[in-house]
Design a protein around this ligand. Sequence first.
Ligand code: FES
Length: 125
Amino acid sequence: MYSERVIDHFKNPRNVGEIPEADGVGTVGNPVCGDLMTIYIKVKDDRIVDLKFKTFGCGAAIATSSMITELAKGKTLEEGMKITRGDVAESLGGLPPIKMHCSNLAADALHEAINDYLKKKEGQK
Ligand code: FES
């Protein structure tokens, strides 16, 4: 039921952990199942240079978090904001329909982290 890529990202998740001095942090909960995901970003010259994640969730949520950290690394903030749950699912070779909601977390947490960074930056002006 899962693609090989989903299983690979679930078994060997990339960029797991926390960035202690993160420039932006986004945490979202999934109303469907109560799972939680946090994404930490480091930003330099409007580009996401590093990301890490912590996910308390199902296998699909872990695979989508792992995948979004790979998709967003090196992207500008604007490009990061445009990454959708559909992009995440597609890069993973698809998700079973019942698991599509899990990919919401990854895209939402990334967007929250970017917004958090922008808010902090705004506050420093
Ligand atoms: Fe909760 Fe997938 S079942 S995120």
